[in-house]
Design a protein around this ligand. Structure first.
Ligand code: ADP
Ligand code: ZN
Length: 754
């Protein structure tokens, strides 16, 4: 017959980051298994490499093509919408699409050899005639197996009091079958979960849910009555206003519509408590579905299984940290980003994406509803809501009508005058703690700095113990007797005398406060109180976190002292006092978001007080008590803070009034790094010619000049809107030839400026 031979061509993005895709011929035997998103093995030069199919076509411009060697898996790992998302990330965050794809699929899924874990199980078969010749022991085993239904081979001894050999013999006789089946790893297998049902919502919750539900009910592609915003919402609800209940009921609606949901939470609040609230609601009833959990503490095998549960549609709710925004939920109805202001949503390595922003973009691409929730929204999100880009949902009261805690700001300058020695606890805070101990109520104290002292100095010669690799002083950790760098993690044993050869004086002073020191002071001030410290030094083992929180819940601990770890999401009704030991700490970092961070931190920490029947009280100790961030937090006045802060940002052309891209050069040789930065600046200026609103500042030494042995110089670009700038920078970066020993990164919408 005269038909031309039909050739299928696949365009493939290779794992080796080349900003280019290549065409391959799909051999006929692989055609049924090949689709956009398929994982494939292909020849490349003299090597074989893995990649993804990004498009299929009937012909190509390239003449002779090589064949795809193999298609991995029965169905595409990446769905077309996720592939589109990867392209957007590549363009917007200035990286090759292959790098974006790397983040999108967990390693455990990408690897060619990753698979389900299988196990062998024995099951009885009905076979009367073969039973006649059995020994007494054999028929006993058979009887026991029948009673059990099925037994894992590895449990033959434990459950059937028999051996694997014995079971094999029964199999030969045709009395039982031994089969391999998938053994799903369930990271939460130990939990017992009590099902919950929907609560009756209060007016504010109901009003919020109604608007979310209306958006969920919109047909795909169409927009809401009030414009593009109606599918993306900012849920601004004070701590304890019952945001989680709104999330749960929105998910309920999503499932009823036959779609799935992704819930993003910051890694730090991805506690078993949080996961349980979601599992408990959907583990029973007509909407019953598995809840998959994705976070960094899973083993590779667990991650593989969780991911495939989602891909196969068996788990329709996913809860996870940053990268869960890429979960292959299909169809996707809803994405929730809880604590949307959290900085941990930003990935600090390539691709430097912000999961909240990716969520919004993914929502638009897949006509899914996105709900960003927070008691302290980021300036960016609140700005978008004010501008009408997002629908704004406000919940101003605590769900159970508990009052917001009373916040007292303590002027530490007065304490310094009245007390001897370095001030740690002001008299009013000391008194308040004493009072709670007497009333058998609980106290939480917060200091975002671990260790004993933040610097060690020789009083005679002035020597300060600094890190060899980073431009910071080393923190003294007394229990371990070491000086530790909190940037790079290097340590050395703490000297007893000044280590300067010419000095050697024993008069060493430790200054700057850490949690270890506060713990010691508490023990001497309140010898009868049970104090527990919670920071990354005391949480060495996997279960320490749960154990300490459990002890606090049951009242075995009176005072819980900790770093930001205890700032979020925890709910302890008997906590009536929260103390913030040093509120100034986050105010004086060289970052335009210092005020915002402080406001958020104070508000979140205060939210831990007064969750029960007794009204809560918060003490904020500060040397700059009249700072806006502190005063607005004291008055629970988010809008006041936002308006004042927006004014400052607009003046300085910082987000949300403008957009920022931060360019960092790193290298071991400072002079070379500085010179490279200055030379490369011209390339940036050329690109920026097409962007008249852009301002280029620098290069200048980064606030943290040296980290992990590398010197860092920065340039900052500020402009009205990012538009096509990042894609243009990406192309320029690809062409750029940097001298050996200097690396450059471009961070679009950076959150960390140090
Ligand atoms: P948020 O996430 O806004 O900080 P939570 O969702 O943790 O607040 O809710 C705070 C407390 O209020 C929880 O104990 C929750 O069970 C309770 N709660 C939430 N909604 C309601 C409601 N409609 N009726 C009664 N209690 C509620
Ligand atoms: Zn260091």
């Amino acid at each position: 017959m005269g038909f031309a031979r039909l050739v299928t061509i696949a365009r493939v993005a290779l794992d080796i980051a080349l900003r280019k895709e290549f065409d391959y011929r799909v051999p006929p035997e692989w055609i049924p298994l090949t689709s956009v998103g398929s994982r494939v093995r292909v020849p490349f030069g003299r090597r074989e490499v893995l990649g993804y199919v990004t498009a299929l076509a009937g012909r190509t411009e390239v003449g002779v093509l090589k064949d795809i060697i193999k298609v991995i898996g029965d169905h595409a790992l990446v769905t077309p919408p996720v592939l589109r998302l990867a392209r957007w990330i590549g363009d917007y965050y200035c990286c090759a699409m292959e790098m974006a794809l790397k983040s999108i699929l967990p390693d455990a899924v990408r690897r060619e050899d990753s698979a389900w874990r299988e196990r062998l199980v024995a099951r009885p078969l009905a076979n009367k005639s073969a039973e006649l010749g059995l020994t007494k022991r054999q028929s006993n085993v058979l009887k026991n197996l029948r009673a059990q239904g099925q037994v894992r081979m590895t449990q033959a001894r434990e459950i059937l009091q028999t051996t694997v050999e014995m079971l094999r013999r029964l199999e030969e006789k045709g009395l039982i079958e031994i089969r391999s089946e998938i053994d799903e790893r369930d990271p939460y297998a130990q939990e017992t979960i009590l099902p919950t049902t929907s609560l009756v919502l209060n007016d504010e919750q109901r009003a919020a849910l109604v608007r979310i539900e209306a958006a969920l009910d919109l047909p795909a592609g169409s927009r809401g009555a009030s414009g593009a915003g109606e599918r993306t919402f900012l849920l601004h609800g004070v701590t304890g206003s019952g945001k989680t209940e709104v999330y749960l009921q929105a998910i309920d609606r999503t499932l009823r519509l036959g779609k799935g949901a992704i819930v993003l939470v910051p890694e730090i609040s991805l506690t078993p408590q949080t996961v349980e609230r979601f599992k408990a609601r959907f583990c029973q009833g007509p909407l019953q579905t598995m809840v998959a959990v994705l976070h960094s503490h899973l083993s590779a095998g667990e991650r593989h299984d969780e991911w495939h549960k989602i891909r196969q549609g068996r788990a329709r709710i996913v809860i996870g940290a940053r990268s869960a925004v890429f979960a292959p939920v299909d169809p996707l109805g809803l994405i929730i980003v809880d604590e949307e202001h959290e900085f941990s949503y930003k990935q600090e390595e390539t691709p430097r994406y912000h999961a909240r922003d990716v969520a919004v973009v993914r929502g638009q691409m897949e006509s899914a509803v996105v709900v960003l929730g927070s008691a302290t929204p980021s300036m960016e999100s609140y700005h978008n809501a004010r501008e009408g880009k997002y629908g704004l949902l406000e919940m101003t009261r605590r769900a159970d009508d508990k009052k917001m805690p009373l916040i007292r700001v303590v002027d530490m300058r007065l304490t310094i005058r009245s007390e001897k020695g370095p001030p740690i606890f002001s008299p009013p805070l000391k008194e308040a703690i004493q009072q709670r101990l007497e009333r058998k109520e609980q106290v939480m104290l917060f200091l975002n700095r671990r260790g004993y002292a933040t610097s060690m100095q020789c009083l005679k010669c002035g020597y300060v113990a600094g890190c060899e690799f980073c431009s910071v002083s080393m923190t003294y950790h007394r229990r371990d007797g070491i000086l530790l760098c909190h940037i790079c993690g290097s340590s050395k044993s703490a000297p007893k005398v000044c280590p300067q050869a010419a000095c050697g004086d024993p008069s060493i002073r430790f200054s700057g406060l850490g949690t270890e020191k506060v713990e010691e002071v508490l023990a001497s001030l309140f010898p009868m109180a049970k104090v527990s410290r919670m920071d990354s030094d005391t949480l060495k083992k996997k279960h320490d976190y749960r154990r300490i929180l459990g002890d606090f819940k049951t009242g075995k601990i009176d005072i819980l002292l900790g770093t930001q770890m205890i700032a979020k999401g925890l709910h302890f009704p008997n906590v009536t006092l929260v103390g913030i030991v040093n509120a100034d700490q986050s105010l004086h970092i060289p970052d335009f978001r210092a005020g915002e961070r402080t406001f958020q931190l104070l508000t979140q920490v205060s939210g831990r007080a007064g969750r029960g029947d007794v009204e809560g009280e918060v003490f904020v100790q500060s040397f700059t008590p009249f700072h806006g961030a502190i005063q607005y937090a004291r008055r629970h006045d988010f809008e006041g803070f936002y308006d004042e802060e927006l004014g400052l940002r607009a003046q300085l052309r910082y987000p949300p009034a403008a957009r920022v891209a931060l360019v960092t050069f790193r290298g071991a040789n400072e002079e070379k790094v500085r010179f490279t930065a200055e030379t490369v600046k011209r390339e940036f200026e050329k690109v920026l010619e097409q962007f008249p609103s852009a301002i280029l500042a620098g290069p200048a030494p980064a606030p943290l000049l040296k980290a992990e042995g590398k010197f860092r110089y920065q340039m900052m670009i500020r402009l009205k809107s990012m538009g096509k700038l990042s894609a243009a920078l990406g192309v320029m970066q690809q062409r750029l030839r940097l001298p050996e020993g200097v690396a450059m990164t471009i961070d679009v919408d950076p959150v960390n400026l140090s």
